[in-house]
Design a binder for this molecule. Structure first.
Ligand SMILES: [Zn+2]
Ligand SMILES: [Zn+2]
Length: 329
């Protein structure tokens, strides 16, 4: 049987059966547990979405799927049901991402490291900002996503983790503490990052694209969060800028060898590699942002060195990477 090959009618029949039997009996009959991640909402009622998707198979393929045969996640059961036009909502909101925590932490810092209440206009404003950020897909959010209550709670989680706070900390995740520590260690840099995030969201420059997934950014690390990192990488891929940089280097009698390791694409690959090199923007994200990119801020870097630079924050300069490479020769 092809998993996920179900139709709307099969799902509606399953919902009827679910209603007739009641939740507990339905789940027990097919061996399912209560939904932890997604609920199907139909005519004002909520259903365990994975169980419904699995049981619906029996109306198309003659037998229901067992829970261990497939995942209920957004790429499987939740997706199949959405593709059929059903409303599937997330039970929990996604954990706070680094980008979001930077903004929350900035707000707490500007409030002398005290938490803010849900009625505070700055909390309401941040709540609206977070809802605009393309960090979490709409499908993963529910109706309480980053509402003023949730934002206020987060400001207290952060404030009560501050080293000067006397009392018992409220909850909060490990990432809260990491971002807080970054603010304590490098306040100017983190404040700038928060400002750039706010500006980029307000101007629409950072909000236009699809959500940035963790997978997409897995091999990259930037203290400034995913949105600014993506903006940084997009600038580096600007073809016009790269072309001008390459022309400027050649005009001055230079070669297109990697500034860190000396790799030369043409020497290695002949005609196929001629003229190729990547551009790396050496100005950190929290300092970039305003104004145009200057050619002097770009370094010519081979693809391997470029990956290695971005892999771990803080990013080494091309010169620092060259020292590492030379020390190993
Ligand atoms: Zn290189
Ligand atoms: Zn780069």
């Amino acid at each position: 049987m092809h998993k996920g090959a179900i139709d709307r009618e099969a799902v509606l029949k399953t919902l009827d059966e679910y209603d007739r039997m009641g939740r507990e009996a339905f789940l027990a009959a097919y061996g399912y547990g209560e939904a932890r991640s997604y609920l199907l909402v139909h005519e004002g009622k909520e259903y365990d979405s994975k169980a419904v998707a699995g049981v619906a198979h029996q109306h198309v393929h003659g037998r229901a799927l067992r829970p261990d045969e497939f995942s209920g996640g957004r790429d499987h059961a939740a997706r199949w049901l959405r593709d059929l036009g059903f409303h599937v909502k997330s039970v929990r909101n996604p954990d706070w991402a680094r980008d979001e925590l930077i903004l929350a932490c900035d707000l707490v810092a500007k409030n002398d490291w005290r938490g803010l209440d849900a009625g505070n206009p700055r909390v309401v404003e941040l709540s609206q900002l977070l809802q605009l950020m393309p960090v979490h897909a709409q499908a993963d959010r529910n109706e309480t996503f980053r509402n003023p209550n949730g934002v206020a709670r987060k400001t207290f989680d952060i404030a009560t983790r501050h080293p000067d706070y006397r009392g018992k900390p409220t909850n909060g995740g490990a990432l809260d503490r990491i971002v807080l520590q970054d603010f304590l260690d490098r306040p100017a840099e983190m404040e700038n990052s928060a400002r750039l995030l706010r500006e980029g969201i307000a101007s629409g420059e950072l909000t236009a694209a699809a959500p940035v997934s963790d997978d997409e950014m897995d091999d990259y690390s930037a203290p400034e969060g995913r949105l600014l990192l993506r903006q940084h990488l997009a600038r580096e891929r600007n073809r016009g800028l790269r072309k001008r940089k390459i022309e400027a280097v050649l005009r001055q009698g230079g070669t297109l060898a990697c500034e860190a390791c000396g790799f030369d694409f043409e020497r290695q690959y002949g005609e196929r590699g001629a003229g190729y090199i990547e551009c790396h923007h050496v100005v950190p994200l929290h300092e970039a942002g305003e104004g145009r990119t200057k050619l002097a801020d770009l370094a010519l870097i081979c693809a391997n060195c470029h990956r290695v630079i971005h892999r771990q924050a803080p990013w080494p300069t091309p010169k620092q990477l060259r020292e590492i490479v030379e020390a190993r020769r």
